[in-house]
Design a protein. Structure first.
Length: 296
């Protein structure tokens, strides 16, 4: 008699099949951040997920930050990280450290992808003129070399995807005077997803998703249409860091991204569970006419 364990594996593969067919050759942008960047086992799991997506026919692009690692290195050199309205104040010395740390993290991720048998190229927003930006103010206050994206030129990404590479991007760009700026990784992922007309944009962070009641973990919402997301912001159901994340999701969908996922990167293989299973484990933000893709 066939072992139930093997039958369960077969059922999992069969459940994934329609999703593999639906998204074959489609671009998926993965914003990678939070604790999953610091824990080596979680990091390897996230990269394994991205590699698997690539090998079954998706076209993944990874956009990563490195805020916690930047803060650690700023502290190591004896500088105190400063924040205004929740945003890092990036003076010239901090910008220099940020770019070096992000480049270091980037090449570690490239190495990990390569070790799993997939070709990867690590770039910044400077490469190929990918991300153009201007100085970003926070409620009128100058927070240093923090950039707001003004233009995305995705040609370098199309070239890499066409040549079977997995692009891994860290969010540093420059303005019209070629001054370097640090860019929020969520903003960069959203802008890149819009520019490449991604089928999916997935935010990996330290939250399970969107809650109907932010104080009740059992009120996780699996699917949310854009108008519902806007209503939740307007009615005060979400707060703190979730507001800009949800706004980014809404903007991405309004600009043509079909589906945006908010996932808990602390859960092993959360990316695969959300994309390849009927119910998913995070929150999916849908277009008003968006399919639910429930293949039960």
């Amino acid at each position: 008699m066939v072992n139930h364990k093997y039958l369960e594996k077969a059922e999992v593969l069969i459940e994934a099949l329609p999703y593999i067919q639906r998204f074959n050759r489609k671009i998926v942008v993965i914003k990678y951040g939070g604790s999953a960047m610091l824990d080596e086992e979680l990091k390897r799991n996230v990269i394994k997920d991205a590699v698997l997506l690539k090998l079954v026919g998706f076209k993944p692009i990874i956009v990563h930050g490195g805020g916690k690692e930047i803060s650690r290195w700023v502290g190591k050199v004896g500088m105190e990280p400063k924040f205004i309205n929740g945003l890092r104040v990036t003076d010239k010395d901090t910008m220099e450290i940020a770019e070096m740390v992000l480049a270091k993290v980037n090449k570690e991720l490239v190495t990990l992808v390569q070790s799993l048998g997939v070709k990867a190229v690590g770039i910044s927003g400077k490469d190929g003129g990918l991300l153009s930006c201007k100085k970003k103010l926070s409620d009128g206050e100058d927070i240093g070399f923090v950039g707001e994206i003004t233009k995305v030129d995705p040609q370098i990404l199309y070239d890499l995807l066409e040549n079977d590479f997995l692009p891994i991007i860290f969010p540093v760009g420059y303005d019209g005077e070629f001054q370097t700026y640090n860019i929020n990784a969520d903003d960069a992922a959203c802008a890149i997803a819009k520019a490449v007309h991604a089928e999916k944009l997935a935010f990996l962070s330290d939250i399970e998703g969107v809650y109907k009641d932010k104080d009740d973990p059992s009120s996780l919402i699996s699917e949310l249409h854009v108008h519902e997301a806007e209503a939740m912001i307007g009615e005060g159901y979400v707060g703190g860091g979730m507001i800009p994340k949800l706004q980014n999701c809404i903007h991405a969908i309004e600009e043509g991204v079909n589906r945006v996922h908010i996932l808990d990167g602390r859960i092993p293989h959360s990316l695969l569970l959300e994309i390849f299973t009927n119910k998913g484990i995070g929150t999916a933000i849908l277009r008003e006419d968006g399919e639910t893709y429930d293949y039960d």
